[in-house]
Ligand binder design. Structure first.
Ligand SMILES: [Zn+2]
Length: 371
C-alpha cells in the first residue's frame, strides 16, 4: 500500500504531554533535514496502548514535555541513505507503509551481540517516551510525523492488511509473540491468560495457533469475557464470582495437575500468586503486564522451588518477535477478527477525548488518525 508523497511541509503537529493528567496540547514542531540513518514517516495510525494511558496518568515515568504513542504505522516520506532495507531485507522506498520496533538502540555490543538482547541495550530508547525538548522532537506516534532513528528495526507491511490489523503489531502483538515464546506454548499445551485486554486476546489466539489444546481466560470485565471466545479462549472465567473456586475450576480443566503455562497481562500484581498456584509442577509463569514500577506482591518462594516453576519477565521484545507478529496476523486474520480490536478512530485534535474513552474503558483500542 504505497502512498504518493506530496510536497513535505516544514512543520508537524503533535499532541504534547506536558504533565500527568493535564490536557494534551496540539503544538507545531519544525521538520528538519534527515541525519545519517534516519527515516521520516508520516504517521498513518497510532493506537493508545495501556502504557500510554499509564504514562499520562503518572503511573510510570515518562519525560515531559514529550510526545506519547509507540504503537504506530506510517508511510515513509524520506530516507537519509540511498539504500535502506527492512528486517527481512526488502528494499524500502518512499511511500511504503511500515511498522517499526518500539525502541531503538545505539550499539551496545554486550547486550546486542553477546547476549542477543538488543531490546535491553544500555541506552536503549523508546518511541513515545523521549523528550520533545530536544531534536528531533518528533519521536512519538501521536503526531503527523515521526523520525525513525538508526538502530530501529523497520518492517514493510503487506498490501491487504488493514491499518487496524497492522497498528498493534509493534507493541501488543510482538509482546505476545515474546510472551508465548517464553511460556514455551506448543501442541497440546494448556494455557491460562490473566487479563483479556488486547494483549490477552492476542495471546489467546496465538496460543491456539501454536496448538494449545485449552486456553482459559480470566478477567473481571464481562464485555471482555464475551469477546474472548472469538479469539481462541475456550473458557472465560470471572475471578470475582469464582473467588476461592478459581483454582479448583482451572485445575479441573487442566488435568491432571494444572496448567502448563500462565501468562499475566492483567497489569495487577495481586494476580501473580493466584497464577502461580494454577501451574502444574514444572509449569511456566510469564509476566508481561505489570509494567509499572512499584508493582509489588508477596509470593511463596518455596512453591516456586518445590514445584520447579519457571518465572519469566517479558519487556520490549527481540526484533524477531515483530516479524513473528506480522506473520501470525497475516496467517490468522481469517480465523480471528483482529480488525475489530481497534474499535474507535479519532483525529489528532480529539486525542483528549480518546484518552478519556480509553480510561473509562469505553473502547478497547482507540486509534489516532492524524491526517
Ligand atoms: Zn505499548
Amino acid at each position: 500500500m504505497k502512498r504518493m508523497i506530496r510536497e513535505m511541509p516544514n512543520t508537524s503537529r503533535a499532541a504534547v504531554f506536558t504533565a500527568p493528567n493535564l490536557p494534551l496540547l496540539i503544538q507545531e514542531f519544525p521538520l528538519r533535514a534527515l541525519r545519517p540513518g534516519e527515516v521520516l514517516v508520516r504517521v498513518r495510525m497510532a493506537t493508545i496502548c495501556r502504557s500510554d494511558l499509564h504514562s499520562y496518568q503518572g503511573l510510570r515515568p515518562s519525560l515531559c514535555p514529550g510526545i506519547l504513542g509507540h504503537e504506530a504505522i506510517g508511510h515513509i516520506v524520506a530516507m537519509s541513505g540511498s539504500v535502506c532495507r527492512d528486517l527481512r531485507g526488502t528494499m524500502l522506498e518512499v511511500g511504503d507503509r511500515v511498522t517499526w520496533t518500539e525502541y531503538f538502540c545505539s550499539g551496545d555490543p554486550y547486550y546486542q551481540h553477546v547476549l542477543d538482547m538488543p531490546q535491553k541495550c544500555t541506552g536503549v530508547k523508546k518511541y513515545g517516551h523521549e523528550s520533545a525538548h530536544q531534536e528531533p522532537y518528533l519521536l512519538g506516534g501521536f503526531a503527523d510525523y515521526c523520525y525513525l532513528q538508526p538502530g530501529t528495526g523497520i518492517l514493510s507491511l503487506p498490501e491487504g492488511l488493514s491499518d487496524e490489523e497492522a497498528t498493534p503489531l509493534n507493541c501488543g502483538v510482538a509482546t505476545m509473540a515474546a510472551a508465548t515464546e517464553a511460556a514455551c506454548i506448543g501442541l497440546g499445551s494448556t494455557v491460562v491468560i490473566q487479563g483479556l485486554g488486547l494483549l490477552g486476546l492476542y495471546g489467546a489466539s496465538m496460543a491456539k495457533a501454536l496448538g494449545a489444546r485449552l486456553v482459559v481466560g480470566v478477567d473481571p470485565v464481562a464485555s471482555r469475557r464475551d469477546l474472548a471466545s472469538r479469539f481462541g479462549v475456550d473458557v472465560a472465567l470471572d475471578p470475582r464470582s469464582e473467588a476461592h473456586r478459581l483454582e479448583d475450576r482451572i485445575r479441573n480443566l487442566c488435568r491432571p495437575d494444572g496448567a502448563d503455562a500462565v501468562i499475566e497481562v492483567a497489569g495487577v500484581p495481586e494476580v501473580i500468586p493466584i497464577g502461580l498456584n494454577l501451574l502444574r509442577a514444572g509449569g511456566r509463569y510469564v509476566l508481561a503486564g505489570v509494567v509499572n514500577p512499584g508493582a509489588t506482591v508477596m509470593i511463596e518462594a518455596n512453591r516456586i522451588l518445590t514445584r520447579c516453576l519457571t518465572l519469566s519477565g517479558v519487556h520490549n521484545y527481540h526484533p524477531r518477535h515483530l516479524l513473528q507478529a506480522l506473520d501470525f496476523v497475516v496467517a490468522n486474520r481469517g480465523r480471528f477478527p483482529f480488525r475489530d480490536l481497534v474499535d474507535a478512530r479519532y483525529p489528532l485534535e480529539r486525542i483528549q477525548a480518546a484518552f478519556q474513552d480509553v480510561a473509562r474503558r469505553k473502547v478497547l483500542r482507540a486509534a489516532i488518525v492524524p491526517s
